[in-house]
Design a protein around this ligand. Structure first.
Ligand code: NAD
Ligand code: UDP
Length: 312
């Protein structure tokens, strides 16, 4: 089995490369390192693994057979995609188009990493896949949300019109080792602030909710979806929902930090609630998350502690 992972030097992509190698796949990781880092791949010591530095918004050709394409390339943190709006739109549109073309050429199966952000600021909670969402296309977050919505639409068009074998995973907030300490997302921010005993920056009044999934659960869900025969979108995430304020308190408590909580402006169009309805994943993939928040956070905290101690 030969698999391509775009965005393979990023947080989720590098964990996916690990799982595929464990399952015996030959893996080609394609990444332009715009938000990723080859440090995430340093631990891999396998002659079945290749890394190619390439921007997937440009076409790429392969001589050999390819069985599976996992298209994860895209800035993913709000801070990243607000800094890289054009790249984000291009990788969702042109990157997905190029990967669909490659899948068509090779007769490969393609999975795209979509997101809970296709639901925007949802008016339905939890969000089932049948909910069409509430996205502001011209707001700052629109560059990511609409890129992913377009990616889903072109994927279904290739599936319906060209018969390409496709999968769509809608990923909800996922955390774990190999997130960038400074990527701006709430999990690395709060953990690093608490470890350094700096103020914990809660945006808004912290009443907005999120539901956090540990990376190993997410990757298992993606793998099961790729290996299934299900071609509609599937939510993968952990339905344990909490407010951002409660999450800050939880991180302070686990670390035993003296950090104080401070309140900062809420970013524009920040969704007020988010929680996956995972009935479909349970039914179709026999999947549900196994790692609880405390266990996942402890592993993630250890990872960031090690990075800090290796710096000194
Ligand atoms: P990440 O930033 O760590 O990884 C993304 C990777 O894509 C990086 O290595 C980056 O360099 C690469 N990349 C970006 N543009 C590229 C291009 N044009 N060509 C080649 N490589 C490119 O982010 P992540 O959290 O690992 O997210 C991976 C995927 O999962 C993204 O598509 C993201 O939208 C999706 N997702 C993630 C989450 C989450 O909670 N982590 C939630 C929803 C969706
Ligand atoms: N957030 C926060 N403080 C931070 C970073 C994020 O309060 O230092 C909030 C953010 O406003 C959002 C939630 O935490 O309500 C999750 O943000 P993240 O950037 O992780 O991802 P999102 O779910 O918004 O895509």
């Amino acid at each position: 089995m030969k698999s391509i992972v775009t965005g393979g030097a990023g947080f989720l992509g590098s964990h996916l490369c690990d799982l595929l190698l464990e399952k015996g796949h030959e893996v080609v990781c394609i990444d332009n390192l715009v938000t990723g880092n080859t440090k995430n791949l340093d631990h891999i010591n396998s002659d079945k693994f290749t890394y190619l530095k390439h921007d997937v918004t440009k076409p790429i050709y392969f001589d050999d057979k390819i069985d599976y394409i996992f298209h994860l390339a895209s800035p993913a943190s709000p801070v990243d995609y607000l800094e890289l709006p054009i790249q984000t739109l291009k990788v969702g549109a042109l990157g997905t188009y190029n990967m669909l073309g490659l899948a068509k050429e090779k007769g490969a199966r393609l999975l795209i990493a979509s997101t809970s952000e296709v639901y925007g600021d949802p008016q339905v909670n939890p969000q089932p896949e049948t909910y069409w969402g509430n996205v502001n296309p011209i707001g700052p977050r629109g560059v990511y949300d609409e890129a992913k919505r377009y990616a889903e639409a072109i994927t279904m068009a290739y599936h319906r019109y060209h018969g390409i074998d496709t999968r769509i995973v809608r990923i909800f907030n996922t955390y774990g080792p190999r997130m960038r300490a400074n990527d701006g997302r709430v999990v690395p921010n709060f953990i690093n602030q608490a470890l350094k005993e700096e103020d914990i920056t809660v945006y808004g009044n912290g009443s907005q909710t999120r539901s956090f999934c540990y990376v190993s659960d997410l990757i298992e869900g993606i793998y099961r979806l790729m290996m299934s025969d299900f071609t509609d979108s599937v939510n993968i995430g952990n339905p344990a929902e909490m407010t951002v304020l409660k999450f800050a308190e939880e991180v302070i408590d686990i670390i035993g930090s003296k950090s104080k909580i401070v309140f900062k402006d809420l970013p524009v169009d920040d969704p007020k609630v988010r929680r996956p309805d995972i009935s479909r994943a349970k039914e179709v993939l026999k999947w549900e998350p196994k790692v609880g928040l405390r266990e996942g956070l402890e592993k993630t905290i250890r990872y960031f502690e090690n990075i800090e101690s290796n710096k000194n």
